[in-house]
Design a protein around this ligand. Structure first.
Ligand code: HEM
Ligand SMILES: *[C@@H]1O[C@H](CO)[C@@H](O)[C@H](O)[C@H]1NC(C)=O
Ligand SMILES: *[C@@H]1O[C@H](CO)[C@@H](O)[C@H](O)[C@H]1NC(C)=O
Ligand SMILES: *[C@@H]1O[C@H](CO)[C@@H](O)[C@H](O)[C@H]1NC(C)=O
Length: 328
């Protein structure tokens, strides 16, 4: 009796161990590694960096745009380069979905990087990995933290207009704190990661259509700041929709912690920004980052690595695109 129950429990241990191993092997993010191209394309980092550097020196905002491109890629079916696929007459991809249409930018820079990378190691480096490296390099060039980028993602053979357009997949600027937390949670990112990643809004620009409602209707906004923003964003929907304003009113091309300082003063540009400091559970983290830029930067770097781990295609899944805008 005793011996049969102990052999039962030892075979249970074997089965459980086996199941855990299979799960570990099956989770594709386990296969990403920082040295993925160290033999096959050692020049990938210097090649990407040189193109990002010249693009950002021409237009600083491009650093923000490249960072956001990576975020919008990762949040729709994982970091698989799907956002880069252009529409064709028979295919509708992600670029014209609501959160992206007339808003995401930087495709030409990614195409330039890809073409230079193809010159040094043809058919080796994925567009999904190029996005990940370009996001890191952009952050560093604007004064933000650096991190070791995990690589080995492959490119999707398709893209999903409907997934990119689905409410809540890419969070909208009218999101509540509860929605923001749950959306990030669904992708394995904690509330802490969400607050740190939102610090990206210390760089770049938003369109009037993204902040109109906040400047006219929110009560948790500094009144003189609201007036200033109304000045470039007429109340009437449809009028001046594409007028731009900086997400960080102080230093929109510097990757610093002013985003959090603005929130303490009710000067977040987006409704969703101010939700992070509106009497809720994330107030203390915002206060902490506003005083401690080092903590922000190190948490941001860690969260970017986690975001880059969202559902990559690895092994023999997907492909290495020759051009980022279309499947092979
Ligand atoms: C927390 C939820 C988030 C919401 C609701 C949100 C929403 C937005 C919106 C509405 C814009 C302006 C788009 C426009 O009007 O054209 C924007 C810009 C931007 N977002 Fe986010 N975002 C979020 C998180 C993130 C994350 C996680 C990152 C990066 C890791 C990011 C990076 C950026 C950057 C850099 C810009 C400026 C882009 C440019 O100037 O081209 N955002 N975001
Ligand atoms: C994208 O924006 C263009 C230009 O404003 C507009 O004509 C088009 O209908 C939009 N596409 C979608 C799918 O909403
Ligand atoms: C402000 O809110 C009111 C009531 O919810 C709405 O009718 C109006 O369209 C909103 N204004 C803007 C600019 O969104
Ligand atoms: C605009 O803001 C008001 C008040 O905060 C809110 O009730 C309404 O749903 C918002 N509308 C949009 C389109 O975000």
């Amino acid at each position: 009796m005793a011996s049969s129950s102990s052999s039962f429990s030892s075979s249970l241990i074997v089965i459980v161990t086996f199941a855990v191993l299979v799960l570990l092997m099956g989770s594709s993010s386990a296969q990403l590694s920082t040295n993925f191209y160290s033999k096959s394309c050692p020049k990938v980092f210097s090649t990407v960096k040189s193109v990002v550097q010249s693009a950002v020196s021409k237009e600083k905002r491009m650093g923000a745009s490249l960072l956001r491109l990576f975020f919008h890629d990762c949040f729709v079916n994982g970091c698989d380069g799907s956002i880069l696929l252009d529409d064709t007459s028979s295919f509708r991809g992600e670029q014209t979905a609501g959160p992206n249409n007339n808003s995401v930018r930087g495709f030409n820079v990614i195409d330039q990087i890809k073409s230079k990378v193809e010159d040094v190691c043809p058919g080796v480096v994925s567009c999904a990995d190029i996005l990940a490296i370009a996001a890191r390099d952009s952050t560093v060039l604007l004064g933000g933290p650096s991190w070791d980028v995990k690589l080995g993602r492959r490119d999707s053979k398709t893209a999903s207009f409907s997934a990119a357009n689905r409410i809540g997949v890419i969070p909208s600027p009218s999101s509540t704190l509860r929605i923001l937390i749950s959306r990030f949670q669904a992708l394995g990112l904690s509330t802490k990661d969400m607050v740190a990643l939102s610090g990206s809004h210390t760089i770049g620009q938003a369109r009037c259509v993204s902040f109109r409602n906040r400047t006219y209707n929110d009560s948790n906004i500094d009144s003189s700041f609201a007036k200033t923003r109304q000045g470039s964003c007429p109340r009437t929907p449809g009028s001046g929709d594409n007028n731009l304003a900086p997400l960080d009113l102080q230093t929109p091309t510097a990757f610093d912690n002013n985003y959090y300082k603005n929130l303490l003063n009710q000067k977040g540009l987006l409704h969703s920004d101010q939700e992070l400091y509106n009497g809720g559970s994330t107030d203390s983290q915002v206060e902490s980052y506003s005083k401690n830029p080092k903590a922000f930067k190190s948490d941001f770097a860690a969260a970017m690595i986690k975001m880059g781990d969202i559902s990559p295609l690895t092994g023999s899944k997907g492909e290495i695109r020759k051009k980022c805008g279309k499947v092979n």
